[in-house]
Ligand binder design. Structure first.
Ligand code: 8OZ
Length: 364
């Protein structure tokens, strides 16, 4: 019997060969000045093309949206042309790939901002966390509260980035609405103290997310647009007074969009899957009518069970995909997995990026 996890599925307009996705993984190997990916990225993603869907590393939609060194962009012709080499190789191997559209908001530092300015966020509240600059880990800079013009321009930059994504040959985009970055900052009360149309009520805090989705889906189609959320994750210092109420509202409204998929981080990003009292992913899952991608600390058995029961439609694996380019094959065969080396996650070259062996290679 073939387990459901290994069978094809259509996520909106994107047809996947199996229900295993490569989660977005920040690797900090792009050109720091131009934001372009290079030949190593072509090799890295091509090696992982047997994933049902690859979600690229988080990729900034404009220069202000950058918060770490050497992350790629998707806002210039040259960046799109560089990504095109990646998408061509993935497609040549029968894979599907979407680009994760990212704006860090307050998770940045003046050293990374155009003209050394302050990062842009809903409100001028420091996240109180660290980011990675040329000087190593440093405290995040206090952001300025975005003007309404800045908010409008940023939404327009999401639209342009989605257009560049299609030009670059991507099958679609995943809007990064998770992990304490800009969209999550608008959504959650701990980072949004605005008193205009973009803050205060739940409807106002969700306005930025939905306006981004409006322009992106209009530009490239809802069937090519995914969204990632982390309702209950404290990642990057984000807090919220009532995440259950907030995300029940968000998910209910998402039903009207017909997105390719909704990608949900279960628990604390990269950490414990436990939820606090009053928090329920099942309740969100019940409300949502479209394809659901689950993520966070899944192993083979959990993934097979979750797909079999219909709890999730697709499982996204993060760290296992760093060290196992042929993860799908290994899961199919119940073969052992390579261990990932944390010291090469962020930055550097081929080591820890393109040199993890596939099964056959390991056996040689
Ligand atoms: C790890 C390091 C830097 C950024 C996320 C984009 O958590 C990230 C990220 C992860 O979504």
């Amino acid at each position: 019997m073939t387990e459901k996890l290994f069978t094809p599925i259509e996520l909106g307009d994107i047809a996947l060969a199996n229900r295993i996705a490569m989660a977005p993984l920040t690797r900090n190997r792009a050109d720091d000045v131009t934001g372009e990916v290079n030949d190593l990225h072509v090799e890295y993603y091509a090696q992982r093309a047997s994933a049902g869907l690859i979600v690229t590393e988080a990729t900034q939609i404009n220069p202000v949206g950058k918060g770490y060194i050497q992350t790629p962009g998707i806002h210039t012709e040259a960046q799109a042309a560089a990504w095109k080499k990646v998408t061509d190789e993935v497609h040549a191997r029968g894979g599907k790939i979407v680009v994760q559209l990212w704006h860090v908001g307050r998770i940045s530092h003046t050293d990374l901002q155009p003209g050394g300015g302050s990062p842009a966020a809903p409100s001028a509240i420091n996240a109180g966390v660290q980011t990675f600059t040329h000087d190593g880990f440093v405290d995040t800079s206090t952001p300025h509260a975005m003007t309404e013009d800045e908010i409008r321009d940023t939404i327009e930059d999401y639209r342009k980035a989605a257009a560049f994504a299609i030009k670059a040959g991507f099958d679609g985009v995943e809007v990064h609405g998770a992990n304490g970055y800009l969209i999550d900052q608008f959504l959650k009360t701990g980072a949004n103290q605005r008193t205009d149309d973009w803050g205060g009520s739940l409807e106002n805090r969700a306005r930025f997310l939905f306006e981004v989705l409006d322009v992106v889906t209009k530009e490239i189609g809802a069937g090519r647009t995914g969204l990632r959320l982390s309702p209950f994750s404290p990642a990057n210092g984000i807090t919220d007074e009532d995440p259950q109420a907030d995300f029940e509202y968000v998910v209910e409204r998402l039903n009207g969009y017909g997105l390719s998929y909704l990608h949900v981080i279960e628990g604390a990003t990269g950490g414990p899957r436990d939820l606090s009292e009053g928090e329920s992913l099942d309740a969100l899952r019940k409300i949502y009518s479209g394809p659901w991608m689950g993520n966070n600390g899944y192993d083979r058995d959990m993934a097979i069970d979750a797909a079999e029961s219909g709890k999730v439609d697709v499982v996204a694996f993060g760290r296992p995909f760093i060290s196992n380019p042929d993860l799908v094959e290994r899961l199919k065969r119940n073969a052992p997995l390579n261990e990932a080396d944390q010291s090469t996650f962020y930055g550097g070259g081929a080591e820890g990026f393109t040199d993890y062996p596939k099964l056959a290679e390991a056996a040689e």
